[in-house]
Design a protein around this ligand. Sequence first.
Ligand code: NAI
Length: 355
Amino acid sequence: MVCMQLNQASHEAVYRFVDEATGTRAIVAIHSTALGPAGGGCRLWSYASEEEAVRDALRLSEGMTYKNALAGLPLGGGKAVLIPPPEVSRPDFDRAAMFRAFGRFVERLDGGYVTAEDVGTSVSDMLHVAEETRHVAGLPQRAGSAGGDPSPWTALGVFLSLKAAVRHRCDSDLQGTVVGVQGLGHVGLTLCRLLDGAGARLVVTDLDPERCARAAELFGATVVAPDALIATPMDVFAPCAMGGVLTEESARAIQARVVCGAANNQLADSRVGRLLAERGVLYAPDYLVNAGGIINVAAEYLGETPASVEARVNAIPQRLMQLVQRAAGDSRPMNELADEMARSIVFEGRSAQVA
Ligand code: NAI
């Protein structure tokens, strides 16, 4: 295994690992350990270049610092991105060996970084990571303990926040509310189920037509093309795919009055948050509302119970509404206020209480 440290002033440490035997490459970015070991999932994605993978790891790990701080967790922020070898999609590819190699990378960091699932990785992948290190969560749940796939908790936190945001911004419940869900993966599909149960009308999209067909069949969702969703008339836009979906252009085109979804780094840059606020769109900061998964991961790693996870996830919408009140009072965009509060918790030791 080759391990190299990359120079990055914004982060405590950034590592590039290569395992020649399996062709596995990974970037592990540790943004901050001020509040505890750097916690954040492992993303498996075919990046166009290694520079792009590094950029993604840097942004995602900084977001994890803020997410963990606002959720009141004793964790710093980190993220791993795994760059698979070209043969990853071949049926005889040894995926288990790739995740064991990644587990050895994590072990080298000696508890400074705790990993779990993210886009492209699953509970069974984390089981292979766990063969090499104990600094991993998102493993099958044991009776009485937190654990398992974090995505249902992420979906629940987003759902409860979305409901609270609609109550505030549209003065209504979800019955008949039109919600556009982008991305029908682990989180998106579960979110659709919760929304459908609350009587919302769904407009959905995914790059995978089979996932769209499934949502249409299960929930009577209307399917639109991936690039058509944002400008489709709807009350709420719920991004649950990849980051950077809200650009200046898409923020001008958006029809929704609320944006609330699971995707990390939804804003292409912070000016977009200001533009949304100016247009009267309530933007629920992504790392605040999608914290359910890491709350579950943290509880598993720290040996807590599912009841503690439930209590923390149920508190997410309250935290969101406190932020909404404060943003209105200070005439500030939600994203700027959330970043400022998270930084004050991490770097000035303020309490995670929003009020
Ligand atoms: P996933 O990999 O299970 O699903 C992502 C889905 O988005 C896939 O179906 C994919 O085809 C689709 N997609 C990708 N690009 C798209 C595009 N341009 N247009 C439409 N669909 C597109 O991922 P998962 O776990 O559901 O996560 C979704 C998002 O939520 C990610 O941004 C992730 O970082 C974030 N997140 C996930 C958490 C979790 O617990 N799984 C926790 C916190 C954040």
